[in-house]
Design a protein around this ligand. Sequence first.
Ligand code: SAH
Length: 275
Amino acid sequence: MEHASIPLPAANWPTMQPGWVWLCGAGPGDPGLLALHAVNALRQADVIVHDALVNPAILEWAPQADRIDMGKRGGKPSARQAEISARLIELAGQGRRVLRLKGGDPFVFGRGGEEAEELMAVGIPLKIIPGITAGIGGLAYAGLPVTHRDTNQAVTFVTGHDRKGKLPGHDWAALSKGAGVLVIYMGVSRVGTIAQSLLDAGRAADTPCAVVMQAACADQQVVETTLGTLQTDLQKANITSPALLVIGRDVLIRQKGAAPDLLHPFASPLPLAAE
Ligand code: SAH
């Protein structure tokens, strides 16, 4: 069946009004993880403003929409948030139906909160559609449960990047003690410092770790290692962004091979661009 012809279940799906921005999560990769509200929005949008972590296959669901790629470009890390917000405001001001599409969930390390504030500050009406965040759904595609009664009853989501693209000044001792499992977004380029900070904070060198690159995409790659060997194993496997670091005993109960056949047949064969 052509994806465009898959019907939405009968319901009163909201109509995108001209001049509105819908801030929407696209999930970690596999288009099968889109929310139905996201599909409804893809069908109505006049213009899609997306970031580098949106699977290009998902954009094919909106052949009528113009596409504006606001993904960050290599070498220019953080930055262009003001430009992105200005663009959204401009497009909405022209009376277009704007779909702001972000990888994963817009409110999980996705600056969705900042964009919503900036839009509301100038009176642009918006809706927010959550998405499946990579640190939960993407890990599930690698067979990794973020909680498990036998191994951990708390999980902490951590970012490896602050506004300036630097490692934030986390209290690693508190993070280390606070939860059995740490899921680190945007941690690849700082993996050495992150691992050392956790070792210094008392986490054992043999703590199980996994790295999941291109989670929920056709070329997903998983590396299992330990905290002591995390950096070297990551380098050996040529892991690059986007990837998640998972640190904790739940890695031991990884359900290997359980998830890949969930991948939707039209999941992108292309890798996601680095953020
Ligand atoms: N809003 C997104 C996160 C954006 S921050 C979400 O909710 O998932 C960007 C980071 O997310 C990447 O550096 C990487 O650590 C992680 N990430 C996003 N998509 C990913 C994917 N498909 N595979 C692995 N990591 C991913």
